[in-house]
Design a protein around this ligand. Structure first.
Ligand code: ATR
Length: 275
C-alpha cells in the first residue's frame, strides 16, 4: 500500500522527498508519490483508503476544504479549521485531520523559541492557510489575534467562523498597515511573495525590536517581505519548518511513529538542498 500527496498543480511538492526519506529510514515498504487530480476524483481516493488500496494521503491546494466537506469522520483540528490535509484509516473508518496549524506552531517554537501565552499576534490573510494557523494559535492562550486581509469581507467571515473566541480575535484594516510595538508576532498566510519582487505593503516604523515575522512561503527561501524585516534587524522565519513539521504529524497518524527532532531537521536539510 502506498501514500500520496494529492492536489493540482502538484509537480513542485516537496512532500514525496520528505516522506520517502523517513519511510526509508524507518524501513517501511511503502512509497510516497504525488497525484495530480480533478476534484471529482477525491471521492475515489477516499474509497481506496477505505478499501486499503492506499494507506493514506496528504491533501494540498486547492482541495483541503472540499475534502473536509466529503469526509464523515473528522478530527478536532480538521473540524476547527474547516480543512483537511491528511486522510488516514483507523478502526475500519476513514478520518480527516489537519496538521498544518500544529506544524506551524511547532516550527515556530523550534526555530525561534516563541511562547504563545498572552502574546498579541497579527495574521496577514484570511484564506485557507489562515484558517489552519488561526484555529491552532487560538488554542494556545494568546492575548489577541488581529486579522488583516486585502478583502475585508473575508476577514469578517473568518472571525465569524471563530465566533467562540470573539473576545480574542479582531480585524485590522489592510490599508496603511502599520503594526505597533504591542505586536509580538506577524504571520504571513497570503500568497504575496510567491512571485519575484512582490512585497507586503507594511510600515515597520512602529514595531517592537522583538517582533518575529513568520512567512508561510518557503519558495523563494527569503521573500521580499522577510528581507525588509531583516534589514531592520528583526527575526524572520520561512515556511519550510512548517512544511516538515506538518509532514511529521501526518507520518504519526499513518505509522504511529513519533519522529525525532533529528528526523525533522534531516528532512528539512534535504528540502533546502533540493530548492
Ligand atoms: P490559501 O489556501 O493559500 O490561503 P487562498 O484561500 O486563495 O489561498 O488565499 C489567498 C490569500 O492571499 C487571501 O488572503 C488573499 O487575499 P484576498 O482575500 O483579498 O484575495 C491573499 N492575497 C493574494 N494575493 C494578494 C495580493 N496581491 N495582495 C494582498 N493579498 C493577497
Amino acid at each position: 500500500m502506498n501514500l500520496y500527496v494529492i492536489g493540482r498543480p502538484i509537480n513542485h511538492s516537496l512532500s514525496p522527498l520528505i516522506h520517502n526519506y523517513w519511510l526509508k529510514k524507518y524501513k517501511k515498504k511503502e512509497i510516497y508519490g504525488k497525484l495530480d487530480l480533478n476534484e471529482k476524483d477525491l471521492q475515489n481516493i477516499i474509497k481506496k483508503i477505505s478499501n486499503q488500496e492506499i494507506l493514506g494521503v496528504n491533501v494540498t491546494i486547492p482541495y483541503k476544504q472540499k475534502t473536509y466537506s466529503l469526509l464523515e469522520n473528522l478530527n478536532i483540528n480538521a473540524t476547527k479549521s474547516f480543512a483537511v490535509n491528511t486522510i488516514y484509516r483507523k478502526n475500519e473508518k476513514v478520518y480527516g485531520e489537519n496538521t498544518d496549524g500544529k506544524g506551524f506552531c511547532e516550527a515556530l517554537i523550534q526555530e525561534t523559541g516563541f511562547k504563545f501565552k498572552q502574546k498579541k499576534i497579527l495574521v496577514l490573510g484570511a484564506g485557507g492557510a489562515s484558517y489552519g494557523v488561526v484555529s491552532e494559535i487560538l488554542q494556545r492562550d494568546v492575548n489577541e489575534i488581529l486579522i488583516s486581509n486585502r478583502t475585508s469581507t473575508k476577514s469578517e467571515l473568518l472571525i465569524q467562523n471563530f465566533n467562540n473566541y470573539s473576545k480574542q480575535i479582531k480585524s485590522l484594516s489592510w490599508e496603511n498597515l502599520a503594526p505597533d510595538k504591542s505586536i509580538d508576532l506577524i504571520i504571513n498566510t497570503t500568497s504575496v511573495g510567491l512571485k519575484e519582487g512582490e512585497c507586503i505593503n507594511i510600515n515597520l516604523d512602529y514595531v517592537s525590536k522583538k517582533v518575529i515575522y513568520s512567512d508561510l512561503i518557503y519558495n523563494p527561501k527569503k521573500t521580499e517581505t522577510m528581507k525588509m524585516f531583516e534589514e531592520k534587524g528583526l527575526l524572520t522565519q520561512n515556511g519550510l519548518g512548517m512544511l516538515v513539521n506538518q509532514a511529521a504529524l501526518s507520518f504519526k497518524l499513518w505509522f504511529n511513529i513519533n519522529l525525532t527532532l533529528e528526523d525533522i531537521n534531516e528532512a528539512r536539510k534535504l528540502c533546502e538542498k533540493s530548492n
